[in-house]
Design a protein around this ligand. Structure first.
Ligand SMILES: Cc1cc2nc3c(=O)[nH]c(=O)nc-3n(C[C@H](O)[C@H](O)[C@H](O)COP(=O)(O)OP(=O)(O)OC[C@H]3O[C@@H](n4cnc5c(N)ncnc54)[C@H](O)[C@@H]3O)c2cc1C
Length: 236
């Protein structure tokens, strides 16, 4: 597996597929030629990366819309106190907040020990497009103030607990399941792929869900193996 590698050009030929890949750690590019390609990155990249994208793929992508999200990881010196109501859960939804709430990122640690933890706060930018644009450009300090104010409602001690805040703005975070996108002909074009290319991203389903990502990945792998004449035990 090649990590820190960015595919910036894909050229589909009749017999093989050529991918130009930038290797960030080595600051150089290589060309990888393969018989088959499984594209597991988001579909909105196709017009930017594919040298000659098929018209039906472009038509499929044209109708797609993506929801931007802001995600913040807060490192805390200890877990926030729980007051009235339920104890701290894995997924904590805040009442009357524009954000989705937060998850406790250390919840899968086998043994619970009091001490430092990380919580992950999420907010979809559901504002109208002009104001959404402004919000995406909003600086880190403004976001940090807003996030701490949001979390301070259930956890007034949050500012004292937070030792670090990492904020990420994802402009194309999740594909929206718009009417006509889930069973339409547009989706079918990316569902099957063409020639020696298959698509495996959850975007193919039109739904941003882990289960869809898994399903698409398995399906693309099985179809590719079948094209290569490799037998496999179907898991679907
Ligand atoms: C804030 C947020 C919260 C979510 N919460 C949930 C949840 O609770 N439950 C749930 O089921 N789903 C959730 N999702 C959706 C879930 O994360 C996605 O559906 C899932 O990650 C899609 O998996 P994937 O493998 O198809 O693609 P991705 O996870 O998008 O992976 C694509 C990969 O391709 C890489 N890539 C992109 N471009 C290139 C390139 N040019 N060259 C090389 N590599 C490239 C990316 O770096 C990435 O690693 C959430 C999503 C977000 C943004």
């Amino acid at each position: 597996m090649q990590q820190n590698a960015l595919v910036f050009r894909v050229e589909q030929g009749k017999k093989d597929v050529a991918c130009d890949v930038y290797l960030a750690a080595e600051n150089r590019s290589i060309r990888v030629i393969s018989r088959e390609l499984i594209w597991a990155a988001p579909l909105f990249l196709i017009p930017h990366v594919f040298a000659a994208p098929r018209p039906e793929w472009l038509a499929a992508i044209m109708g797609a819309d993506y929801a931007p999200w802001v995600v913040a990881n807060l490192t805390l010196s200890e877990a926030p106190q729980t007051r009235a109501g339920q104890p701290l859960a894995w997924d904590n939804v805040l009442h009357d907040s524009p954000a989705l709430g937060y998850v406790v990122a250390t919840h899968q640690q086998l043994r619970y020990a009091p001490g430092p933890t990380v919580i992950t706060w999420y907010r979809a930018l559901h504002e109208e497009s002009a104001s959404r644009q402004r919000r995406l450009l909003q600086g880190r300090e403004d976001w940090a103030r807003e996030i701490l104010a949001d979390l301070a409602v259930p956890h007034p001690e949050i500012r004292e607990l937070a030792t670090r805040i990492d904020i990420h703005r994802h402009a194309h975070a999740m594909i929206r399941p718009l009417p006509g996108r889930l069973w339409g002909g547009a989706r079918a074009a990316c569902e099957t792929g063409a020639g020696n290319i298959r698509f495996a991203h959850a975007d193919v389903s039109g739904l941003s869900l882990f289960e869809e990502a898994n399903y698409r990945g398995v399906l693309a792998a099985e179809r590719t193996l079948a094209r290569l004449g490799v037998s496999f035990a179907s898991s679907l």
